[in-house]
Design a protein around this ligand. Structure first.
Ligand code: ADP
Length: 160
């Protein structure tokens, strides 16, 4: 059983994330989508809402499941017996951020490989932070978010 983990904060989940996890799911027996949870970090959407949005959005991909974790990603991977960390690469800015983390993870856990999938070109500009900025400024980000994520973002914006 080859198990991979696609981790992130998914605050909110975007079509860019969904594209990576769909394509990643096709490469492994199981893809665990893991929401990183840090009690000290203030998030736009609550962990509960992000979990619900992910569950609703990946329900049609049979070999995926949604989970949450705290602490080091490599420790989480060991706990659930995953040997691959899946990441998406939009451009050089992602690579600059990913490289030190990926190299540190490799030192800490040599048996776990980090695998990068190139972003779908038409979604390469899509980031959770840009989507939040558009929504908070009164714009429409529904073209780049799964329906459940857009609904959650709108609700959060309304709540202020
Ligand atoms: P983090 O909180 O670790 O920054 P994110 O939720 O923003 O996590 O992203 C998780 C992963 O998804 C990262 O590998 C990131 O590069 C990738 N990703 C984010 N947006 C896109 C996109 N539009 N296309 C492809 N990959 C993406």
């Amino acid at each position: 059983m080859k198990r991979a983990v696609y981790a992130g904060s998914f605050d909110p989940l975007t079509l860019g994330h969904l594209d990576i996890l769909r394509r990643g799911a096709g490469l492994f027996d199981e893809l665990v989508v893991a929401i990183g949870h840090n009690v000290r970090k203030q998030r736009f959407l609550s962990l509960e809402v992000r979990t619900e949005v992910l569950r609703a959005s990946v329900s049609m991909i049979p070999n995926t499941r949604v989970d949450t974790f705290e602490g080091l990603l490599v420790d989480y991977c060991r706990r659930i017996d995953a040997t691959v960390i899946l990441r998406g690469l939009r451009g050089s800015a992602d690579l600059e951020l990913e490289l030190p983390t990926g190299l540190a993870n490799r030192e800490m856990a040599p048996g776990i490989e980090t695998l990068f999938l190139l972003a779908e070109p038409r979604l390469a500009f899509v980031s959770s932070s840009l989507m939040k900025e558009i929504a908070v400024s009164g714009g429409d980000a529904s073209a780049w978010l799964p329906p459940a994520a857009w609904a959650a973002v709108q609700e959060r914006v309304k709540a202020g």
